[in-house]
Design a protein around this ligand. Sequence first.
Ligand code: DGL
Length: 299
Amino acid sequence: MIGVFDSGHGGLTVLRALTTTLPDERFLYLGDHAYAPYGMRSNEEIYQLTRRRIADLFERGCDLVVLACNTASAVALRRLQQDWLPTAAPQKRILGVFVPVVEALTAQDWYVRGPSPYAPPRAARTVGVFATRRTVESRSFPTEIKARAPSMSVIQQPCPRLAEAIEEGLADDALRRGVERYVGQLLAKAGRTQLDLVVLGCTHFPLVGDHFRAALPRDVRVMDQPDVVAQSLVAYLARHPEFKRRPDETPGLELLTSGDPKAVSEIAARFYGAPAPFRHLSGVEPEPTETLIAESEAQ
Ligand code: DGL
């Protein structure tokens, strides 16, 4: 069973691509709605919360977890993989949403569909990234991209409160104006530099993807991050068949939340694109983040 984790609803856009692309697998989605959004939290909080929820997925039988949240991937993934996983669960694996995007951009290790559809043809390329404030501050996108493609330049634009506004169901017109403002800010930073492509580096943003496309110059392409992540998982499972569904598991999907399942399920359908009935992550009632952090520091 493959675990998929996000702070809340955003990961459902990735989940949709995963379940569509890999219909024979079994997925368990966990949204930490009781603590969402993560984008405005401190790095330490994001790390502790993410670790806790991934441990929940491991306990429920997931050997592989996709961290379907850019913020958590940017802030917590490397530390989880290096400091926690080798001792806590050495047989298990956590995959983030950055490496697939960077591989698609740089055309490195992109072998699912042949040449990456997102790798611009010329050597010097400029990529725009829209993301939460924490993701931008982590500099994970520019760092990972530059490590593989030093000639590529990356212009980042934080979009504070956009994920929350999407989640809260703010009127479409207000969302469009917000997106236009962020696109305007990024284009101003780019100046006369030709933008080749933008990455919507937050799992909520595909819901306002049309507003981004409308506000950007027509020749700037927008990467479909959920699809890129799904193609990357296909390739990963081909290399690591031990993480594929076991014969005793049935294909399908289960959805868990740390929040209120009824309220979560009502909003979730908008993100998943189909009815998405959540159950509560039994036995784990919301508790103050400070308690979680104090507990882990005492260990
Ligand atoms: N899912 C998060 C991301 O992809 C955004 C939501 C949050 O801030 O929790 O960045």
